[in-house]
Design a protein around this ligand. Structure first.
Ligand code: SF4
Ligand code: FES
Length: 364
């Protein structure tokens, strides 16, 4: 028996007002006219609850773009699921927040890109920092716990103290400091975003100091920069092991980035029930457990700890999702990561031009 997934990431849309340099959505975004409708989402939520899911994270893109969001939240709460909204905050009004609270929303994770409008613009090609501040106020006033998220990289790590100050002053209960992952869109901007070792170490000291100072008031979490770790992260807790992602068009993936792995045929909720997709579909079986592993993972004592790392990172860097994550010191492809780390620690040359994320055109 395959254990039940714990979480569902409901990517209700890829439409987004931001254009982040490290966007974690797949390279090929789904257009608005490809999105599944309300009835299909309501069915997916019921099927997820039947499957054993206990948490739904409504995400995107910007999930507030969808007018039926409160209806989806209400359905999830009706199925006794914990509901979390992952948002840029752009588009959140008092009325919208009220409707989400009435629907039973449990928590909100608000992202910022920096501590000022200018810093936000550099990363997301849009200023609107004042709208994020306003969104934080609305969330706190509506009685929802405010969790915040900031993706860290070379352009904002030196501002970490100020970033933490902003989140504290806005009333955050929890702040996730996530070092950038370099697959998907982030890989295109890797030489611009990957910090040097000294910059990273200085920021980690700031994190440790502030974590101690803020204990009991605001929880700080540090998501490791895997390029500077000897072993990879146990990405998603292992392939198809704890969570699943439903994309805006109804395609289902073990993680949000897996859509980029074009060697697998991912199933859709329009063609199959979620329990079959989770337990039986070939794409979900492909890298589940440890039987699929090549060496060095196959004979490694850490294979039940990190599950060979991230399949999406292996695919993005080598073109083969079954290879050992190149972050791993033992990987035969480790030089692909080490070369980038060496460049990030070399004497700086001119910074590369930023490549901002743009939506696919409707006629594409
Ligand atoms: Fe993990 Fe594989 Fe590296 Fe061992 S060889 S540490 S299992 S990625
Ligand atoms: Fe897909 Fe790591 S992001 S497995």
């Amino acid at each position: 028996m395959t254990p039940a997934p714990y979480g569902l990431l409901a990517e209700v849309t890829h439409q987004c007002p931001l254009h982040c340099l490290y966007c974690s959505n797949p390279l090929e975004l789904r257009r608005r006219d490809e999105e599944i409708g309300t009835e299909d989402w309501l069915r997916v939520i019921r099927e997820a609850a039947d499957l054993g899911v206990v948490q739904v994270h409504f995400s995107g893109g910007e999930p507030l773009v969808r007018g039926d969001l409160a209806e989806l939240v209400a359905e999830a709460r009706g199925c006794e699921l914990y509901t979390n909204l992952i948002t840029s905050g752009l588009g959140l009004t008092e009325e919208r927040a009220k409707s989400l609270v009435v629907a039973g929303l449990n928590s909100v994770q608000l992202s910022i890109q920096g501590d000022t409008a200018e810093a936000s613009e550099l990363v997301a090609a849009t200023k609107r920092f004042d709208k994020k501040r306003e969104a934080a106020r609305i969330i706190v006033d509506s009685g929802l716990p405010l969790n915040m998220n900031v993706v860290l990289h070379r352009l904002n790590l030196d501002r970490l103290d100020a970033i933490i100050d902003v989140c504290e002053s806005w009333g955050a209960e929890r702040l996730e400091l996530a070092n950038t992952q370099y697959y998907g869109w982030g890989l295109r901007n890797r030489d611009l975003l990957l910090p040097g070792r000294e910059q990273l170490a200085a920021a980690e000291k700031v994190y440790q100091r502030r974590k101690a100072e803020l204990a009991g008031r605001m929880e700080l979490l540090w998501i490791l920069p895997d390029y500077y770790e000897p072993y990879p992260k146990p990405c998603m807790g292992g392939w198809a092991r704890t969570a699943l992602t439903v994309a805006p068009d109804g395609s289902v993936y073990p993680c949000p980035v897996a859509a980029d792995i074009d060697t697998l045929d991912f199933p859709s909720v329009l063609a199959h029930p979620l329990d079959w997709i989770w337990a039986k579909s070939p794409a979900f079986q492909a890298y589940r457990g440890t039987d699929w592993m090549p060496d060095p993972c196959r004979s490694c004592s850490r294979k039940e700890i990190d599950f060979g790392g991230c399949r999406c990172q292996a695919f993005a860097l080598t073109g083969d999702a079954s290879r050992t994550d190149p972050v791993c010191t033992y990987s035969p492809d480790h030089h692909l990561v080490q070369d980038a780390v060496d460049r990030a620690n070399d004497t700086p040359v001119a910074a590369p031009e930023p490549v901002y994320r743009r939506p696919r055109a409707a006629a594409e």
